[in-house]
Design a protein around this ligand. Structure first.
Ligand SMILES: NC(=O)c1ccc[n+]([C@@H]2O[C@H](COP(=O)([O-])OP(=O)(O)OC[C@H]3O[C@@H](n4cnc5c(N)ncnc54)[C@H](OP(=O)(O)O)[C@@H]3O)[C@@H](O)[C@H]2O)c1
Length: 255
């Protein structure tokens, strides 16, 4: 008899996935959803307590691993690489932050700070993992970029947009070079997603509610709605997809 229930081209069963930024928001949802799809996950971020909270919500918590690290530092990058004991089948780069500041007041120090975490950390972490032979042939690398810096931007968004525009470019260059190893490199580009990143005190709750109405689907996105797209890119269902940027924005950039 045809066993339809076990057919799932999006399954992550047997795959080892590293998720950065796993203590909050999109990274947390991705770690949880990956575990529900059968993956074994390495979760990393700076805040151990919040990583433990993520772990407690995952399927089979005991099979996953936590690594506390600041990805803005060389030591932090090395501790993540050293914690990977078997080659990975997937890497999700979700760690990131924003510095909302009018362009006129932006400093070189701000630029370094945002590029260190949003651009250099995922690039260098991937490079170190590759050099250490810790990424398998056929693996999938997914960057969480943004609509900001690729399709749109906003007042006081030049630092953040610059870092995300750079990520989109990086993905394309890496995808070409890593194709020889059958490693796929893609990014997802979310619009506004309800996470802690919105709680930076610059935008009031009222302004957020007003802004959400500008989305054709009438609301901001949820972290799981990004995680599900990431799962597609990590899975064998996306085995011929590389160098792409997947827009997830409730129709925002249509208008
Ligand atoms: N929310 C949105 O509207 C939206 C839209 C488009 C794209 N994005 C992108 O999606 C990604 C995830 O954002 P989010 O909304 O989920 O934000 P979030 O809830 O604030 O989570 C950010 C994550 O990054 C980690 N992180 C920040 N700096 C780090 C560092 N120096 N070293 C290690 N980890 C660090 C944080 O962990 P610790 O504090 O524990 O270190 C946290 O787990 C980011 O790249 C963001 O730019 C978000």
């Amino acid at each position: 008899m045809n066993n339809m229930t076990s057919y799932n081209p999006f399954s992550l069963e047997g795959k080892r996935i590293l998720v950065t930024g796993a203590s909050s928001g999109i990274g947390r949802a991705t770690a949880i959803e990956c575990s529900r799809m059968g993956a074994t996950v390495i979760l990393t971020a700076r805040n151990e307590q919040r990583l433990q909270e993520t772990l407690s919500q995952m399927t089979e918590p005991a099979k996953h691993q936590i690594v506390v690290a600041d990805l803005g530092t060389e030591d932090g990058l090395l501790s993540v690489v050293n914690a990977v004991s078997e080659p990975l089948n997937g890497v999700v780069h979700s760690a990131g932050f924003t510095i909302p500041k009018p362009f006129q007041f932006v400093t070189a120090k701000d630029m370094d700070a945002i590029m260190d975490v949003n651009y250099k950390a995922p690039a260098l972490l991937t490079q170190k993992l590759l050099k250490g032979k810790k990424i398998s042939k056929g693996a999938s690398i997914v960057f969480i970029s943004s609509i900001s810096g690729v399709w749109v931007s906003y007042i006081a968004g030049s630092l953040y947009s610059g870092s995300k525009g750079a990520v989109n470019g990086l993905v394309k260059g890496m995808a070409i070079e890593l194709a020889a190893k059958q490693i796929r490199v893609n990014c997802v580009n979310p619009g506004m997603i309800e996470t802690a990143i919105l709680e930076n005190g610059v935008i009031t709750e009222e302004q957020l509610q007003e802004d959400a109405k500008r989305y054709p689907l009438g609301r901001y996105g949820k972290p799981e709605e990004v995680a599900h797209a990431v799962i597609y890119l990590l899975s064998d269902a996306a085995s011929w997809v590389t160098g792409s940027n997947l827009l997830i924005d409730g129709g925002y950039t249509l208008l």
